[in-house]
Design a protein around this ligand. Structure first.
Ligand code: NAD
Ligand code: FES
Length: 295
């Protein structure tokens, strides 16, 4: 059992929790995720790690109460427990594989959309620990939905806030904000975009035009998180990839976002899930190669 040691409401229906999970806290890296389950009946919910404290042995997660399971999760209070807290899963961010010297020479920009600000935070924090201060755009529909702005300001070189309705900062979405930054003379060697699929799609269309390499973090529907069930299948550069074991980060210019969005929509209904499973079985793409079933 994994105890909730802190709970905070960040915005309407957006919650932050610190969870006592020693193994994940000791070995988690920026970019990785956990799968959380409340109890026997609970759905398995994948969440990118937002922060970790190796000494306190806690892991921070941020989630939006949108479905039945996340709404039940939001009702848990400090001192209560999750039954399962499995991780760290997936590959650490590509940036963690570069030397501090190489990172310090790069001009990096993070584009965080809505709840996607949570998985951006540990990367920006980790970079600062390597002596590299990145810029960050935080995009939200309105002022009330901006999360982790103060925390991000402590780690980033510059934080630019953009709201769709203009209630705070730049008036417009994150791609318009990026265009504005570029028009003002800012240049970037690499961009990391994390947020809703539609946002990552349009950021990548723009950065492809601008010739700026862009990493995205994909969080499709996940079930087992171990490459066996095929639920998180994506097409990247024409090849089948599984977000849970090959990702969650990928080269955004190679991701088939339209397919990912179609799968996400189909997963919302039981009929759609059954159809997807059938299609994956027929195409032989229901399992990851690592399970050995294609050998
Ligand atoms: P949202 O819909 O409020 O959008 C956040 C921002 O993204 C907007 O303010 C805007 O700046 C930008 N954006 C949205 N559509 C855009 C477009 N067409 N072109 C350019 N920019 C656009 O975001 P939300 O409600 O917080 O997001 C919820 C979604 O984010 C969920 O589907 C969730 O699964 C996903 N999410 C993804 C990750 C990840 O790791 N990729 C992490 C957390 C949440
Ligand atoms: Fe990735 Fe099952 S969640 S293959």
């Amino acid at each position: 059992m994994f105890q909730i040691t802190k709970k905070r409401v960040l915005a309407n229906q957006i919650y932050l929790m610190d969870v006592k999970a020693g193994r994940v806290a000791r070995s988690g890296q920026p970019g990785q995720f956990v799968i959380v389950k409340m109890d026997e009946r609970g759905e398995r919910i994948p969440l990118t790690i937002c922060d970790y404290d190796r000494e306190q042995e806690t892991v921070t997660i941020v989630f939006q109460a949108v479905g039945a399971s996340t709404r039940r999760m939001a009702e848990l209070e400090e001192g209560e427990y999750f039954q399962d807290f499995v991780g760290p899963l997936g590959q650490p961010s590509e940036l963690t594989k570069e030397s501090s010297e190489a990172l310090q020479k790069k001009k990096l920009l993070f584009i965080a959309g809505g709840v996607g600000t949570a998985p951006v935070y540990p990367q920006v924090k980790w970079l600062r620990e390597q002596g590299c201060r990145a810029d960050c755009i935080i995009g939200a529909r309105n002022e009330a939905l901006i999360i982790l702005e103060e925390e991000m300001k402590q780690q980033a070189a510059h934080v630019y806030v953009a709201t769709d309705d203009g209630s705070r900062g730049f008036h417009g979405n994150v791609t318009e904000c990026l265009k504005d930054l570029m028009a003002k003379g800012n240049e970037y060697d690499q961009i990391v975009a994390i947020g809703p699929l539609i946002m990552m799609k349009f950021v990548c269309l723009l950065t492809k035009e601008l010739g700026i390499p862009t990493i995205v973090s994909m969080n499709p529907i996940m079930i087992d998180g171990t490459g066996m069930c095929g639920a998180c299948r994506l097409t990247v550069g024409g090849e089948t990839r599984f977000a849970c074991v090959d990702g969650p980060e990928f080269d955004g210019h190679l991701v088939d976002f339209d397919e990912a969005m179609k799968r996400q929509t189909m997963y919302r209904t039981e009929e759609g899930r059954a159809l997807l499973q059938l299609q994956d079985q027929q195409s032989g793409k229901e399992h990851h190669e690592s399970c050995g079933c294609h050998q």
